[in-house]
Design a binder for this molecule. Structure first.
Ligand code: C2O
Length: 535
């Protein structure tokens, strides 16, 4: 194992897209930011120095950070932010994980431009469980706003309304030639006839679940969220914010130029989605003058494609990479996902949009929760987050009133060390037509079941897949449906769980688990680093 060191300078850079130049926050002036390239078993030291006016924190999305929440990154959850002029070194080991993950700012909406890939190569002496690709490339899907994102958000919150949606999707920071002034902001990947390539696809968009396809080329899915899957071939894939998908693509078509394209699944409003980003798969020796072919993407509201695609995702589950699904459950949790309105004196309509889990809208604390937990600081949070909603109702009927008047609080759910948890997330289908991509920090979980309508505790568990369910860190909960996940709480600390749609996170669709220490020092939270930022 090696020690890999990175310096991240958070700095402003002027960038232009869609004929709109503007200053954006970046890492080292790069958009998207640099790739963290490590090998399983490495120790990583990333020194982040903040040169911008905003507070900063960075999350290494999907890294488990065993006993080491200090390096996890969500502001006010595991650390106080890095203030202007200050530095903090994220110090962590990459153990028992290999594949594609990513990093992003975890404060305000700054991840709009502050994000990058994490590539973890298999440890020495091991290889991929699929044919070695000839070469590989990262495909980061994102969003671009022509105007200042933080300004939009501030303004919208004052009025109690949703902020302006993005103006384009992007592939590796570039919208592609279908947008004005964008010919030179087009990502192109050169391929050689007959060779196979590994694409590491990351959805870094803030608020859109995305379809992705390459004209004329099938993709073989081999890994999701840094966990190997049973390979399967598809013409298009679906990826939620926070998720990663590795695919193999063989350059086996008539040499030419082919568009890769991405657009939103169930974007709002569906009829005016003109944000499709494109990039080019270009065979070696083919001139740029040839017009690329456009792929067939599923229709924006193709729920059937979405459901079928998710069903095909299975853990590889071989002796070398077993799926250790917890078979016995110690603790059953049932959280309802609600979107509603709360009173707001300063807002335009006297109300503001809110979001809740079990009718609780999470309030961000002013001190890091992990510090409060570790140093036993009172009055920062409570541990009375309910295991189920206050009242049962027809969750997928017309639950408007049931979701109104949520209570506010920094309430955490306390979980005993090493217990197995089953969590059912139940959508209550109110204002949205998107699925909610839920992300749990500190763990991977197994997605043992999903369904449409109300979860039925008497019938549905019998249909769970406890053999080879997908193992991941972010999972979509369908509109008007439910998703059941299982994990073993063997990582002590305070771990955030939230919808990875930035809009919903901001409205309060989040909570945290506090997982107790085990009996031995090896099962306890590590001491904090000496440069941990203070609030
Ligand atoms: Cu990728 Cu808490 O986030």
């Amino acid at each position: 194992a090696a020690v890999k060191k990175y310096q991240f300078d958070i700095q402003v850079k002027n960038v232009s897209r869609l004929c709109h130049p503007k200053p954006i926050v970046t890492v080292n002036g790069m958009f998207p930011g640099p790739t963290i390239y490590v090998k399983e078993g490495d120790r990583v030291l990333i020194n982040v120095t903040n040169h911008v006016q905003y507070n900063m924190s960075i999350h290494w999305h999907g890294l488990k950070q065993f006993r080491n929440g200090w390096a996890d990154g969500p502001a006010y959850i595991t650390q106080c932010p890095i203030k202007t002029g200050n530095s903090y070194t994220y110090d962590f080991n990459v153990t028992d994980q290999r594949g594609t993950l990513w990093w992003h700012a975890h404060i305000l909406w700054l991840r709009a431009t502050v994000y990058g890939a994490i590539v973890i190569m298999p440890k020495n002496g091991t290889s991929f469980p699929f044919p070695q690709p000839y070469s590989e490339t990262n495909i980061l899907l994102g969003e671009w706003w022509n105007t200042d994102v933080e300004g939009n958000v501030k303004q919208a919150n004052k009025l109690g309304l949703p902020p302006k949606m993005s103006d384009a999707h992007t592939i590796n920071g570039k919208p592609g030639p279908l947008f004005p002034c964008s010919e030179k902001y087009t990502y192109a990947m050169e391929v050689e006839l007959g060779k196979t390539y590994l694409l590491r696809i990351i959805n870094a968009a803030l608020d859109d679940e995305l379809f992705f396809a390459i004209a004329g080329h099938n993709m073989t899915v081999v890994e999701i969220d840094a966990v190997y899957t049973k390979p399967f071939t598809t013409q298009a894939l679906l990826i939620a914010p926070g998720q990663t998908t590795n695919v193999l693509v063989k350059a086996d078509r008539t040499p030419g130029r082919y568009f890769m394209a991405t657009r939103a699944f169930m974007d709002v409003p569906i009829s005016v989605d003109n944000k499709t980003a494109t990039a080019i798969l270009q065979y070696k020796g083919i001139p740029n003058s040839i017009m690329p072919v456009m792929p067939q993407l599923p229709a924006p509201n193709d729920t059937e494609f979405a459901l079928n695609y998710s069903k095909r995702l299975r853990s590889l589950n071989t002796p070398q990479f077993p799926a250790n699904v917890p078979l016995k459950v110690d603790r059953h949790l049932f959280f309802t996902i609600g979107l509603g309105k709360n009173p707001c004196l300063t807002c335009q309509n006297g109300t503001k949009l809110t979001a809740s889990l079990n009718n609780i809208t999470f309030v961000m604390p002013k001190t890091g929760l992990l510090q409060a937990h570790y140093f036993n600081i009172k009055g920062v949070f409570t541990t009375d987050f309910p295991d189920r909603p206050p009242t049962a109702f027809n969750y997928t009927g017309a639950p408007l009133t049931a979701n109104l008047g949520t209570s506010l609080g920094t309430r955490l759910s306390r979980v005993a060390f090493n217990t197995t948890v089953e969590l059912v997330l139940q959508d209550t289908n109110l204002l949205t037509v998107e699925s909610h991509p839920f992300h749990l920090h500190g763990y991977n979980f197994f997605v043992v079941g999903t369904g449409i309508g109300n979860f039925d505790p008497a019938k549905d568990p019998a249909k769970f897949n406890l053999v080879d369910p997908p193992e991941r860190n972010t999972v979509g909960v369908s509109t008007g449906g439910w998703t059941a996940i299982r994990f073993r709480a063997n990582n002590p600390g305070v771990w955030f769980m939230h919808c990875h749609l930035e809009l919903h996170t901001m409205w309060g669709l989040k909570m945290a688990f506090v997982v107790d220490n085990g009996k031995s020092p090896e099962e306890s939270v590590l001491p904090p680093p000496s440069d941990l930022p203070q609030c």
